[in-house]
Design a protein around this ligand. Structure first.
Ligand SMILES: *Cc1c(COP(=O)(O)O)cnc(C)c1O
Length: 299
């Protein structure tokens, strides 16, 4: 059995003033607490991949990401924990000479970084390139960007174990849609799943995941793309994060969770959820990405 140490996820009721009377309950599933580095959804996406490697005598994991990728950082920490070697293919040659905190963390965990041009990186799902990469490393397993494979979806499905019966609406943030799809396929049919994608016009992801959600549940991905685009933020968003923390003692990350909760707030005010809804927001972690705004946050 693969386990990581630290804490079990738990559900916390959230009580910001803006939801009073709009829905019956608003809570958060705290996946961010499970581990300081292999946190949130990243652990669930990696878990089945690690099991696969251990069962098949694979010693090296190769994966892909940008200079701010939470997935790269989590993979490096996870590989080290389970005694595997890791290689990170990083988008952008420039990143080599300007190591971000995320990349430094990867290297501290022994990940070998290979910097490639944006053009080469765009071939990351090209079977020829993947085959040639596998040949360069002995007994290697390649995990796609964001852990977006069968094992990633299966592991994400395990998150549904923590979703108790009473909740009617589940909210989760979306990048590749791996976590969303994994949850969707194992969710009880009487529940509604909403995704929140911070990419510009993020609703396009509904098309991308269509064939992958096989469970007949009601679900939809909304764009949570205000505040200037992916990775960008506004003072208003930072204010929201600080306010949310002061009311609930829950830190949100600036890339995914803050934008999801900001959008959920707008939806509550607009009446998107029925008054009887019991809403469970899944905290997918990502807090290591707050380094860039650390001096503006009260946490
Ligand atoms: C990586 C990440 C996501 C995106 O998960 P996908 O499975 O790629 O959709 C969402 N939220 C946080 C906090 C993340 O770090």
């Amino acid at each position: 059995m693969v386990t990581i140490p630290d804490r079990q996820p738990f559900i916390q009721t959230i009580k910001p003033l803006w939801y009073e009377g709009r829905v019956a309950e608003l809570s958060m599933l705290r996946l961010d607490v499970i581990h300081p580095e292999i946190s949130g959804n990243k652990w669930y996406k990696l878990k089945q991949n690690i099991l696969y490697c251990l069962a098949n005598n694979i010693s090296t994991i190769i994966t892909f990401g940008g200079a701010y990728s939470n997935h790269l950082a989590a993979t490096a920490a996870c590989a080290k924990y389970f005694g595997l070697t890791s290689v990170g293919i990083v988008k952008g040659k420039y990143a080599e000479h300007k190591r971000t905190h995320t990349l430094q963390q990867c290297e501290q965990h022994g990940m070998q970084l290979v910097f490639v041009s944006n053009e080469d990186y765009s071939r990351r799902n090209d079977p020829d390139w993947i085959a040639s990469l596998s040949k360069q490393y002995k007994r290697a397993f390649i995990i796609p960007e964001g852990g977006a494979n069968e094992q990633g979806r299966a592991g994400s499905g395990e998150i549904t174990r923590y979703i108790t019966d009473k909740y009617s609406h589940i909210a989760v943030s979306v990048g590749t849609g791996t976590t969303y799809t994994g949850i969707a396929n194992l969710l009880e049919r009487d529940k509604v799943l909403y995704g929140y994608a911070p990419m510009k016009g993020g609703e396009y992801l509904n098309e991308a995941i269509r064939g992958k959600v096989t469970n007949k549940i009601s679900h939809h991905i909304y764009a949570s793309d205000a505040h200037g685009g992916f990775g960008k933020w506004s003072d208003e968003l930072v204010y929201f994060m600080n306010d949310f923390y002061l009311h609930n003692n829950i830190p949100l990350d600036i890339i995914y969770m803050a934008k999801m909760m900001y959008t959920v707030k707008q939806q509550l005010l607009q009446g998107v959820f029925p008054y009887s809804a019991k809403v469970l927001c899944i905290h997918t972690g990502g807090l290591q990405g707050n380094r860039t705004v650390a001096n503006k946050l009260v946490y």
